[in-house]
Unconditional design. Structure first.
Length: 253
């Protein structure tokens, strides 16, 4: 990415007091060594622990860290609010547990990646690496991806990875139309992007399983399947279909 280019890191967080401090330290350490202009925007999804306090403590040391308080809606609602409030030319979703090493970030940006509207981290395919993931968790993810490809967004091997980059223009085109507040919001995001003719690129990453993940295979899996069917229904009704957007100016940088 060109020197001085502005990247926003959006971190949705719900009751992440125990893990967030270390992730913020790692992000600030890495970003401070670059030539980029940047902000870290932590979107608190109505936490009831000390998540906000952790962010405020870090923000006193670096004003480029921003706390955005939101009512509890779910990860999708927090991501939507954060990306729309961010000001970067490029806007990156980053899980609070930082399960992707921050050193992978340049792979989502020029000059390493060009000509994209949406770049999504992928734990599948050539060059991707999963570390420490239980077999049952991996198999459940592949079953869900099979359903996603059959019912909604075909040709994408990993819709649910928590690390995704958007150009500013893609955020403005996609996220005002997002309706899903839960874990399956990624599928709706990609459905809208696909319907609008945007260029979606998968970026193979190294990803580390975190045992403290808040995703429940049983509880959240049922809800995600319900949301997937709702997204499919909206897509079939043409709710996401609009004329293809032209290449945005920030795609060529």
């Amino acid at each position: 990415m060109a020197d001085g280019q502005f990247v926003s890191i959006v971190v949705p967080a719900y009751n992440e007091e125990a893990r967030l401090g270390a992730s913020l330290d790692a992000l600030v350490s890495y970003l401070s060594a670059t030539e980029w202009t940047w902000e870290i925007r932590v979107v608190d999804d109505g936490s009831i622990d000390g998540t906000c306090r952790v962010v405020e403590q870090h923000a006193t040391r670096d004003r480029r860290i921003v706390l955005q308080r939101e009512p509890h809606r779910g990860k999708g609602g927090a991501v939507k609010a954060g990306l729309l409030a961010a000001t970067g030319t490029y806007r990156f979703i980053c899980d609070a547990d930082l399960s992707m090493p921050v050193t992978e970030l340049p792979r989502f940006l020029p000059p390493l990646l060009k000509d994209f509207d949406v770049a999504i981290g992928s734990r599948e395919g050539v060059g991707a690496r999963r570390v420490g993931e239980p077999l049952i968790r991996h198999l459940a993810g592949r079953v869900f991806n099979y359903a996603v490809q059959r019912l909604s967004v075909s040709g994408i091997n990993d819709t649910q990875c928590g690390f995704k980059m958007f150009t500013a223009s893609a955020v403005q085109a996609i996220f005002p139309r997002v309706t899903v507040d839960g874990w399956a919001f990624d599928i709706e995001v990609l459905s809208i992007a696909r319907a609008r003719g945007m260029r979606i690129v998968e970026v193979p990453i190294e990803w580390h399983y975190r045992r403290e993940s808040q995703l429940s295979l049983l509880r959240d899996g049922v809800r995600m399947m319900r949301e997937l069917l709702q997204i499919r229904s909206r897509a079939k009704r043409g709710a996401y279909a609009e004329p293809a957007a032209p290449l945005s100016a920030d795609r060529s940088e």
